[in-house]
Design a protein around this ligand. Structure first.
Ligand SMILES: [Zn+2]
Length: 330
């Protein structure tokens, strides 16, 4: 197997990993590139399998617009900013949007990012392949193109900022994606992306139980070096890179280590209403509940460990999520 980033021969790193969140059937291998530190999923889902993965296995069906509004992060003042730092939620790239600019969030998911961009005083545009999002965007008055980047009605050199929050690891061809996005960027614009850091301390500690293997949804696992290489190939210059670890991720990692979910089983913590036989999967409500549970735990003492631990590993760049800023190379 060849590395997508540097074309070197990859080595098998983990065999027989399964989806322990949404119960997608099958076992998958993880390969590692000894040269650039990039890790890859094998086999990768393709074509209709890929559509099925997101439309039916990723639990966004039946979301209500109000549930989306429930999850908006406030960013109005310095206290709000401090809280995003404390909770490690400032790995959301669109939080760095500037007032009066035009912002595209590629892979905007539920659309909550578009609400947050508008709240920051910027123009918000989204692209999302999941058709479940169309009615939500309409109800909330958001500008989101449902479909591919190629079919989006946005002109070239249009955006001041393009953001990708936890998206690039899901894409079968990250170079092609970045090249296409670069065309939509103004000459002096910025691309900001966040994705899991395969060099994270937790990955080394948790082995095959690492939260972000997330098979078969995550196909690409970037190291610092492989991200640098990829941006170079796309004609982009990395301006900054840091790690930010959401406290919620740490709580979820601990949960996943303890839950012991078997093959083809759904982890009911991710979507309990489905497990109870209800038709609608109200996952956002669940995420909010889990977020509150995490904050509860933090308040009750676990946070005495989790909060300073996360802020400290981020200081050393060993945290869970990269946050990268790039500009077009001159
Ligand atoms: Zn490589």
């Amino acid at each position: 197997m060849r590395c997508k980033i540097c074309q070197s021969d990859m080595k098998l790193h983990l065999g027989g990993v399964y989806d322990d969140r949404h119960g997608y059937p099958g076992r998958f291998d993880i390969y590692r590139c000894p040269r650039c530190g990039f890790f890859s999923l094998s086999p990768e889902p393709t074509g209709p399998e890929l559509d099925n993965l997101y439309t039916n296995y990723y639990p966004r069906k039946g979301l209500e617009p109000d549930q989306v509004l429930d999850t908006v992060t406030q960013l109005a003042n310095s206290k709000d900013r401090f809280l995003t730092w404390l909770h490690g939620t400032n790995n959301c790239c669109h939080f760095y949007a500037k007032q009066g600019t035009r912002v595209l969030d590629y892979g905007c998911g539920t659309g909550v990012s578009l609400v947050e961009i508008k709240n920051l005083g910027a123009e918000a545009y989204g692209i999302e392949v999941d058709e479940n999002i169309g009615p939500i965007a309409e109800a909330l008055g958001l500008t989101a193109h449902i479909g591919s980047l190629e079919s989006a009605p946005y002109p070239d050199k249009y955006f001041d900022l393009i953001t990708l929050n936890q998206v690039i690891e899901h894409h079968p061809d990250p170079l092609k994606l970045l090249l296409a996005l670069k065309a939509k960027l103004k000459d002096d614009g910025r691309i900001m992306l966040s994705c899991p850091n395969v060099g994270a301390l937790s990955r080394r500690v948790t082995g095959r139980k690492w939260l972000h293997w997330h098979v078969p949804y995550h196909m690409n696992h970037f190291s610092r070096k492989s991200l640098h290489l990829l941006l170079d190939q796309a004609g982009l210059r990395m301006v900054s890179i840091k790690t930010v670890t959401p406290n919620l991720w740490t709580i979820l990692q601990i949960h996943s280590l303890l839950a012991g979910v078997g093959e083809e089983e759904r982890d009911t913590s991710w979507d309990p209403t489905e497990a109870n036989g209800e038709k609608q999967i109200k996952v956002l409500r669940t995420q909010v509940r889990m977020q509150r549970k995490a904050y509860d735990l933090i308040k009750r003492g676990a946070g005495i460990m989790v909060v300073p631990y996360n802020r400290l590993i981020d200081l050393f760049g060993l945290g869970e999520s990269f946050v990268v800023e790039a500009r077009i190379s001159k």
